[in-house]
Design a protein around this ligand. Structure first.
Ligand code: 13P
Length: 260
């Protein structure tokens, strides 16, 4: 079978991830997951949801035996010890966590996470057998200054530098900051051109670059998912707001199934 990137068998399945951010409650999670599982069937893509950590026990119960995997929104850069408030990769692994978002722009902005912090977090996740979803993306000011390529390459290069040969095990998410939660999605052409830059950067680091899934995130929704996923280097989505409504998230999964 020819993969999406034109290499024999090189392409992995599409990946659709819901980032719930700081939303949810025991009751709301229960209802959302039940509606999701009622409609999901056997998807042709991989699917994960990332609730707040406090709900991991509840969520691992709700998702057990389903095709939906568990992810988290952050991981500590430390292994264990006196780091009040942190949760380690090994602890997350105890709850069956499969993916960890690292370097989301909201954490870079509000928690002062640097490129180096993000690279260390990716390393901790990999060491625990958790796939890091490394987020990169430029602000509107950076885009307008013509710095998009420079910014995303700088952010990813820190992760490549620290993680060397493991780099084919990561997932990358391109999330332009100006598109997050604004309803202003990047056009398929804008997104594809940055994805192509990231793909060639990964190609320079590993011969398995076609295996690395590059997700798009930023106001992705039921209406625009199909045309974004049709782009040659867009391998899935990292969904915020639209992941909180089962019907919308299911439509995005449907678009990924159709483009598989
Ligand atoms: P929205 O889909 O709400 O724009 O959020 C995107 C995002 O930040 C996912 O991580």
């Amino acid at each position: 079978m020819t993969g999406k990137h034109g290499k024999e068998g090189g392409m992995s399945r599409r990946l659709i991830v819901g980032n719930w951010k700081m939303n949810g409650s025991l009751a709301a999670n229960d209802a959302l997951v039940r509606d999701l599982l009622a409609g999901i069937g056997q998807p042709a893509c991989d699917v994960a949801v990332c609730p707040p950590n406090i709900y991991l026990a509840q969520m691992s119960g709700l998702l057990a035996g389903s095709p939906v995997e568990l992810g988290v929104q952050n991981v500590s850069m430390h292994e264990s010890g006196a780091y009040t408030g942190d949760v380690s990769a090994d602890m997350l692994k105890d709850y069956g966590v499969r993916y960890a978002i690292v370097g989301h722009s909201e954490r870079r902005q509000y928690q002062a996470e640097s490129d180096v912090h993000v690279a260390i977090k990716a390393k901790r996740a990999l060491a625990a057998g958790i796939t890091p979803i490394v987020c990169v993306g430029e602000t509107l000011r950076e885009r307008e200054a013509g710095m998009t390529e420079f910014i995303v390459k700088r952010q990813l290069s820190a992760v490549i530098h620290l993680n060397g040969h493991c780099i084919s095990e990561i997932v990358v998410a391109y999330e332009p900051v100006w598109a997050i939660g604004t309803g202003q999605t990047a056009t398929p052409e804008q997104a594809q051109s940055v994805h192509a830059v990231l793909r060639s950067q990964i190609k320079a680091a590993t011969e398995h670059a076609d295996r690395v899934r590059i997700l798009y995130g930023g106001s992705m929704n039921a209406a625009n998912a199909a045309e974004l996923l049709a782009q040659p280097d867009i391998d899935g989505g990292l969904i915020g707001g639209a992941a909180l409504k089962a019907a919308d998230f299911l439509k995005i999964i449907g678009a990924a199934n159709a483009s598989a």
